[in-house]
Every structure is written in C-alpha cells, then in structure tokens.
Ligand binder design. Structure first.
Ligand code: FUB
Length: 450
C-alpha cells in the first residue's frame, strides 16, 4: 500500500516539476520537498537555501528509516510573491569527500563575505571518520556554480552549519545536533577554523540542533531547534553580548507544531523580520517536509514574540504572482482540499463553497491591474463569484459567472475585467453566489492579477 502511495506521489511530483509551478504562500513551494530552510538577503534579494527530502530509491527503502536527502536546490523571491527554483546547487554524489549514494545531505547554510558566497553543507565522509562532516564551496553568485573544496573542514564533525558574519568581518561557524551545540571562528579564507570548537555555554538542557545565529542592535541571537520531553520540537533562542557566548536562554520563538524536526532561520527583508521553518503540509509525513515562512516581531526590549504559524505566510502578491486563496487569512462557509487529478496535483483549492461563502486573503498589491484570472473547475453552471476589497461587503471590483468546465476536476482559466483602477495594497475577498441550499458552486485553485 505504501509503495503504491509513493509511486502515485512520485508521479505527481514529476508532473508538477514539468509545469514549473512555483508558489509563494505556505508552504513556499509544492513541486518538491524542501526542509531546513536557511534564508539570506544578498544585494536586497531574498534567497532560501533548503535541503531536500525525497523517497528512498526503489529497493532501498529499509536503509532509510529516517531522512533520505539527495542534495540542494536554491530559491529566490521574484516579483512580490513568486519563488524561483534555481535547480541543483549540489548533488550528493558530487561531494568530493563524501560517501556515494548515502542521501545524507542535511541542513546547509550560505553566507556572503567580501563579494563571494560560501555554501556550507554536511555529508557522510567516505573515510568514515564521523557521522557527518561539514564541507564548503565558493562562488561569485549566490546560486552557484560553486567550487567545492576537496576535503571537509578539519576539526569539525557534526551537522547543521549555521554561519555568523560579525560587523568586524570575522565569521563564526556554529554546528551540532545533540545535547550540546558548538562554535568555532573561521579563518579569513572561510575554509578552515582558527581554533578548536568550543561548547556554546548557557543553553538550556535537552536535545538541540539547527543553530542559526544573527546579530541585531549589537546583541547576538542564537536560535535553535529545542526538544522538550513533554512537547517535542520547539524553536528557542538565546542572546549574548559575545558571538561565541556564553548565551542566556530567552524562551521559545515557536511552539511545537506537531512532532518532528523544526529547523529554521531568521532574516530581515525590506524592514520586516521573517522566520523560515518547515512543516509537512503536503505529505503528512515528517520526513517529507516543506518549507514555510511567517513574519516575526521583536518587542522593544529585544525579546521575540512567539510566531504563530499561518497558511498565508509572507509576501505581497502583485501583477503576475499567483494568489493562492486557499492559503487564506479567513474562510467562511467553504472548505479546502488538495487538488487531485493528473493535470494539476499542485496544492490546494477552495471547494464546497455555498451561497455567501467567502474567503479573505490579506495583502495584495493591486497597482496597475486591469483584469484578474481565476483557475476554476465546476460540474455545474449556476452562480458567480465576486472579488471584493478588504471585507465581504467591501467594494466589488470584478465578477466571474460560473462556467461548466467539464466536471469538478476539469480545470479552466477564466478572466474578468477589474471595473475601475485600484491602487495600493488591500485584502482580497472572494464571495461565492449560488442557489440557496446548493452545497457546491465552483472549485477555485488560484487567482492572478494582470
Ligand atoms: O534535515 C535533516 C536534519 O533534520 C537536519 O539537519 C536537522 O536540523 C533536522 O531538521
């Protein structure tokens, strides 16, 4: 049964890859599994460097009771809310010092120093000297191609590299997964450490991994995945006035969001702080993860408010960005379901919308839009759906009569004019009109401003 499900899912993933469908609400992308997202802003552009999860190769399922991780893609945010997949950055069998076919490419990081980009990643060494070693590559571009160092970084064994570049241009490598985390300063060449790693002092007891350091207003923050026996994985943080500590634990940034891992990163982008993390929205299985992002807020005293995970996530869709209304801020009287069928296995849709059902999707930049497209499927032809501004009774700007598309999973793109120019950023509300008493009007996959 598991094999049949895996085959169907692989088939779906191949189809999705072929359509290059890249979306921007939570999860950030649906065409592949992505985990351990490290976000960075380089030259004003937002990049994410995640690991990737996949199914074990056929016949080798028993060898991979845990993660099966073949290598790394990189992503950048284009327009207001579209993620571009730059393809493979590194595949496991291209690691010069790595053991082949071990699918052991756990969480990476990438950092810029003096105009060069350094990509750090863990892999299983072929000399069997440790569970994981950490390697590095250098490139002129954030998305490569990288020139990979022939050997791993001497003196470092462990997982989850997390890099800090301080204001004095000195870099530090944090790493480790276990009850302790470690840190070592890096040499100017970013390829070797200048002293033995030391234990990061002051962190709370319990399993920790995924350390991600950053600096804000002169204070060093070390965030990490932290397991509480009663709760499971959380994201915690500690602060210090020194990059290598000792640190003081300050609390949780995110509560446990089921159970499993929660590797993350923190970045400031266009004046807003964002927490990147992962969940398993698509697969329902915590070894096949998908990266997510939500806004994060600091209090005046520098402490961090807990982040509540949302479907909506980050970004402000504008002309040309897919608006996934099923990743709503509010829904009333309708439901969501995974889009099945052979043609578009690519996320979720609004379904079971009745008379006066609505769905509200916040933060859409309407500037310059003259029309709006909708991707729909319907097995009937009665009713319409309206696009309104800000709330369900807000200004009506477009209306779509419902068409019979050939059935509830026969998808068609339709278009309606925007009645008068809208400026600025508003909440977009879809209001469904149908016969009173009917339980289904239309399946709505996405909207797109033109
Ligand atoms: O993705 C594999 C491992 O799971 C990472 O290295 C950890 O941080 C956890 O997310």
């Amino acid at each position: 049964m598991l094999k049949i499900t895996q085959t169907i899912f692989l088939f779906c993933l191949i189809l999705i890859c072929q359509t290059h469908n890249i979306i921007a609400q939570n999860p950030l992308v649906t065409h592949m599994f992505t985990a351990d997202p490290t976000a960075r802003v380089f030259n004003g552009k937002l990049y994410v460097f995640p690991s990737s999860d996949t199914y074990p190769p056929k016949g080798r399922e028993k060898e991979f009771p845990r993660f099966c991780m073949p290598g790394y893609h990189a992503f950048s945010l284009e327009n207001g809310a579209t993620w571009k997949d730059h393809g493979w950055i590194l595949k496991e069998n291209d690691v010069p010092w790595g053991e082949k076919d071990t699918y052991a490419m756990w969480a990476p990081d990438c950092i810029e120093k003096d105009g060069k980009y350094y990509y750090y990643y863990p892999a299983k060494p072929k000399n069997d000297s440790a569970f994981r070693r950490i390697g590095v590559g250098v490139s002129k571009n954030p998305t490569g191609p990288f020139k990979w160092e022939k050997s791993f970084i001497k003196g470092v064994s462990g997982i989850d590299p997390g890099l800090l570049l301080d204001d004095d241009n000195k870099a530090y490598l944090f790493f480790g997964g276990g009850h302790e985390l470690y840190v070592a300063p890096l040499a100017d060449n970013m390829k070797e450490i200048t002293q033995e790693p030391i234990l990061v002092e002051g962190l709370p007891a319990g399993y920790k991994e995924g350390s991600f350091p950053f600096k804000k207003d002169g204070l060093y923050y070390l965030t990490f995945a932290h397991v509480f026996a009663e709760e499971g994985y959380t994201i915690g943080y500690a602060t210090s006035d020194q990059p290598m500590g000792p640190y003081q634990y300050r609390g949780k940034i995110m509560d446990n969001i089921h159970n499993g891992t929660n590797h993350h990163s923190v970045v400031e982008y266009k004046g807003e702080w964002i927490l990147f993390y992962h969940s398993w929205d698509i697969s329902g299985y915590n070894k096949l993860r998908s990266m997510r992002a939500d806004y994060m807020h600091f209090k005046k005293d520098g402490t961090i408010k807990k982040v509540i995970p949302t479907l909506r996530g980050i970004g402000t869709p504008q002309i040309g960005d897919t608006i996934q209304v099923d990743r709503y801020n509010e829904i009333s009287g309708a439901k969501t379901a995974f889009v099945g069928g052979e043609k578009e296995p690519q996320g979720w849709m609004i379904c079971d919308a009745k008379m006066m059902s609505y769905v509200r999707f916040d933060r859409v930049k309407f500037d310059g839009a003259t029309s709006i497209q909708a991707r729909i499927a319907s097995g009937q032809r009665i009713g319409s759906f309206e696009i309104r501004l800000n709330n369900p009774k807000g200004k009506l700007i477009a209306e779509f009569p419902i068409e019979y598309t050939g059935g509830w999973s026969s998808w068609k793109t339709i278009e309606a004019n925007i009645s008068e120019p809208v400026t600025g950023t508003h909440n977009l509300v879809v209001v469904f009109k149908s016969d009173w008493g009917s339980t289904k009007s239309v399946n709505l996959n996405w909207l797109l401003l033109k």
